[in-house]
Design a protein around this ligand. Structure first.
Ligand SMILES: *[C@@H]1O[C@H](CO)[C@@H](O)[C@H](O)[C@H]1NC(C)=O
Ligand SMILES: *[C@@H]1O[C@H](CO)[C@@H](O)[C@H](O)[C@H]1NC(C)=O
Ligand SMILES: *[C@@H]1O[C@H](CO)[C@@H](O)[C@H](O)[C@H]1NC(C)=O
Length: 843
């Protein structure tokens, strides 16, 4: 049967070949409609391999930048002349390109940080986005080498805006050269194969890609001049796991391009004319694989294009081989003869796959002999491309979506951008700028010279303003979204909270009371009113404003404003209709959350924490991760709250530490006890405890329980080690969780709770694992629920639980630090630890 189908296929192919022979001969090299090559920062054109990179004139490319700074270096060891000049961007800036033909475009960005007269480009850390796609997040180019980044983006409008935004901790961004070039629409097909599970990925056209590796297997480097699409192909030797397994083969005849196969734009002839095949002479047993190993970011999904061309066989139907991605079979008994009906015929297969070996960040591609009897063992691969695909927030680097408030559309918005960057001084500076622009027009550009028309410190100082100058509200808000009415008057707050109506209190924290409020425009808010101002409280107040205005994220509770009138310390947050996660887990009458909801809440909060940890170069530790600090909005979307303790600054006082310790007892990282050193892995530990709370729906410390059950983390990990975590889950989840999902969840919690921080995963890893657990749950739910009951947790009729008894008692032990003194708790050693913490942290 299969054979008949294959024969039929060959027949059709033959017809196709006859019919299309004329077409294949007319294949001329591709001419891009849009073709922008810019030598940024240069006032003259630069020709590289016959390609002209034009001078960087801000008027021809619609460049928007706070100032027009062109920098250059006289270093002569550069790999390309393009790297000798750069445009320096001291605030949010953009290059905007008019697109004649929508569709796929290459975006190539060249970076080389050098030290110019007034600017040290090595200090640059910045984010680059192309419309809604984040290309680079908080990117710091390697300080001693040049780097070329290549992206393939499907442009769906008639303008492409590349935005550069310096990070909070950096004064500038820069760019040495840019290419924006049309790519053939046929380059990316609508769908690709998936390997686990076997299927297809059908939304390729919605993806943005970043080239990670483009390899000419078995052949030499191919430079842009030898590729119709200006790509670079590198040799494969460095990626071979065992060089002795592979033998390079090259072919000098003409390649047979066939309909349905590759075209001359898919990859250059040079790629299809070389391959690696099995080097059986070197290995006694002919049953082995050739494996290439690539290091990639495990948090992304990848597009793999494998190029094949049978240049090793002497006749058709002699070569059958297997292809693997990681340990998964990607193609079994691949028969190129059947696919192309001729030898030396270029062909490619596309795959979409997550990283198979997450722990080592490795993407392995292997080829090996087929097990069909009587076939000579051999396998080939001619080329391989590995491209990263954007994640669900549209990013190719990190977990944050493009910041829409800083996507700059046209010249008309220059005022706004300057406003954002420069705050209240914008008007004055605009005037100065205006004058300078006019002046510049009449001036000839001096070659290779930095230009700085705005004193650097003016811009730098303002965009880094902190809340230290409290009396000056504009200084504070300059770092914030200007659309927010950031500073409230005391009267506005009184009105919003019905003059601090006790009936409107929705929470009490270490900082003070939290009121529900309604602003004049109807916006519901949560108003946190600090106890009368003390120097300590003030620090915490400032920390929180600073943190929340720097770190804006969907999964962090956002700050709407503050009030510091009359010595008040009032913070106004977005209102989270569904209160704390803790409240939904136990100790209330609220309906139970489903497993899927719980996973989504964990994923959301993990995202928020991951952002805190990685959203800036120095990384922010939350220090007080607990279910009471995870808030849920009206759609049960999770947001992490309470940043008063976040900053690990040197001036933290005792109150903070004691509050943190009291509030978080049961969540505290044991390594913190030992080393008195807080790292982001302490948050990971606490998050692990939250995960168990989510699963078991009980307080993290419950002294009313028998000794071995008092501490949730210890108790649950005992069951996890026995592989019986299912015995202690929330009764209301029984029968709901797929066994695979629970296993993944349990393993992840287990890793978070590792004794030593170094053994714990990062929040990014945790996030990935939780997403995987959710996927496993969804897969299980999609398959017939009754048919494979082995995949579910059996009902547990005789499970003994004490959860009910404990519910009444947790009040006052957790929450916002309003709890009683720490020695309420049965563990005597803790108070000693606390005093140690005070003495070390409280200096
Ligand atoms: C690249 O092109 C040049 C001239 O077009 C040619 O001489 C050279 O052999 C080519 N290199 C490869 C690797 O194909
Ligand atoms: C080749 O690699 C695959 C995937 O790792 C593996 O399953 C297979 O056993 C290997 N074959 C040989 C002959 O080692
Ligand atoms: C990539 O981003 C697009 C939107 O720009 C989105 O539709 C798509 O789902 C994203 N890809 C993945 C794998 O999440």
């Amino acid at each position: 049967m299969a054979k008949t189908i294959r024969e039929a296929g060959s027949f059709l192919l033959l017809f196709g070949v006859v019919f299309l022979f004329s077409l294949s001969t007319r294949s001329l090299s591709f001419t891009p409609v849009d073709n922008y090559l810019i030598d940024c920062g240069s006032s003259a054109n630069t020709t590289i391999d016959g390609r002209v990179f034009v001078a960087d004139d801000r008027n021809s490319f619609d460049v928007i930048a706070p100032s027009d700074i062109l920098a250059s270096t006289s270093l002569n060891s550069l790999s390309s002349a393009l790297y000798s000049t750069a445009r320096v961007l001291t605030g949010p800036s953009s290059y905007s390109f008019s697109i004649q033909k929508q569709g796929y475009h290459w975006i190539r960005l060249y970076f080389f940080p050098f030290v110019a007269q007034n600017y040290n480009l090595k200090t640059a850390i910045f984010t680059v986005s192309a419309e809604k796609i984040v290309l680079l997040q908080d990117f710091q180019p390697p300080s001693d080498s040049s780097i070329l980044k290549e992206y393939l983006i499907n442009v769906t409008s008639d303008r492409l805006v590349l935005t550069f935004r310096p990070s909070i901790q950096s004064p500038l961004a820069f760019i040495n050269a840019i290419e924006v070039i049309s790519a053939p629409d046929e380059l990316i097909h609508a769908s690709a194969r998936t390997v686990l599970p076997v299927g297809s990925f059908n939304t390729l056209s919605e993806q943005a890609f970043e080239t990670m590796f483009r390899v000419n297997i078995g052949g030499p480097m191919v430079t842009p001049a030898n590729d119709t699409l200006g790509r670079t192909w590198i040799p494969d030797q460095g990626f071979l796991l065992e060089k002795s397994t592979a033998k390079s083969k090259s072919f000098t005849g003409n390649l047979n391009y066939r309909r349905g196969g590759a075209t001359q734009d898919t990859a250059p002839d040079a790629v299809y004319s070389t391959a690696e095949e099995m080097n059986s002479a070197n290995v006694a047993n002919t049953n082995f694989n050739i494996t290439w190993n690539f290091t990639v970011d495990p948090n992304f999904t990848y597009f793999l294009r494998m190029h094949f061309c049978d240049i090793v066989s002497t006749a058709l139907n002699l070569l059958y081989f297997n292809v693997y991605i990681g340990d998964w079979s990607a193609s079994r008994d691949l028969d190129l003869s059947a696919l192309t009906s001729s030898l030396a015929s270029p062909y490619f297969i596309d795959f979409v796959t997550p990283v198979t070996d997450k722990s080592s960040s490795s993407m392995r591609v292997s080829i090996g002999p087929s097990s069909i009897p009587g076939v000579d063992p051999n396998a080939i691969l001619n080329g391989l491309e590995i491209m990263k695909m954007n994640n669900s927030v549209g990013s190719l680097d990190g977990l944050f979506a493009a910041n829409p408030s800083l996507v700059i559309g046209s010249k008309g918005k220059v005022g706004l951008i300057l406003g954002l960057a420069l705050g209240s001084s914008a008007l004055v500076l605009l005037l100065i700028l205006g004058l300078l622009f006019c002046k510049r027009r009449s001036m000839k550009l001096k070659k290779h010279q930095s230009k700085s028309w705005i004193p650097f410190s003016v811009n730098g100082a303002n965009s880094h303003s902190t809340v230290s100058k409290f009396s000056n509200a504009t200084t504070v808000s300059s770092g914030l979204n200007s659309s927010l009415g950031f500073r409230f008057s005391f009267a506005e707050i009184q009105e919003a909270t019905n003059n601090f109506d006790e009936n409107w209190v929705i929470g009490v924290g270490g900082f003070g009371k939290v009121y529900k409020g309604t602003l004049r425009d109807g916006t519901q808010v949560a108003v946190k009113r600090g106890n009368p101002r003390s120097q300590q409280g003030l620090t915490e107040f400032q920390t929180e404003i600073e943190m929340l205005s720097k770190f804006r994220h969907r999964h962090l509770v956002s700050l709407i404003g503050y009030c510091d009138e009359r010595n008040e310390m009032i913070l106004v947050y977005e209102y989270m209709a569904n209160g704390t996660l803790k409240n939904h887990l136990y100790g209330s009458e609220l309906p139970p959350l489903s497993w899927k909801q719980r996973l989504e809440i964990c994923i959301g909060s993990a995202r928020g924490l991951h952002y805190l940890h990685t959203g800036s170069a120095q990384g922010i530790i939350h220090r007080d991760v607990k279910s009471a600090n995870i808030l849920l909005d009206e759609n049960l979307m999770a947001k992490v709250a309470d940043f008063g303790l976040s900053k690990t600054g040197p001036d933290l006082d005792q109150t903070h530490v004691s509050t943190a310790v009291k509030g978080s007892f049961g969540y505290l990282d044991p390594e913190y006890f030992r080393r008195q050193q807080l790292t982001e892995k302490s948050d990971v530990y606490s998050f692990g405890v939250v995960m168990l709370e989510v699963l078991c729906a009980r307080p993290v410390i419950d002294p009313t329980l028998p000794r071995e059950k008092v501490n949730l983390a210890e108790w649950a990990m005992k069951w996890q080690k026995k592989g019986q975590l299912d015995q202690i889950i929330d009764l209301r989840l029984v029968g709901q969780i797929s066994a695979d999902s629970l296993r993944k969840f349990g393993e992840t919690a287990d890793k978070c709770l590792a004794e030593y921080g170094v053994d714990r995963p990062t929040m990014g890893d945790v996030l990935w694992n939780l997403e995987y657990a959710l996927q496993l749950q969804e897969t299980a739910m999609r398959s017939e629920p009754d048919e494979d009951s082995t995949n579910r947790i059996a009902e547990l009729p005789l499970r003994i639980t004490q959860l009910g008894a404990s519910e009444e008692n947790d009040e006052g032990r957790e929450g916002y630090g309003s709890a009683g003194p720490a020695d309420d708790l049965s563990d005597v050693s803790t108070s000693k630890v606390f005093s140690q913490l005070f003495s070390t942290e409280g200096r």
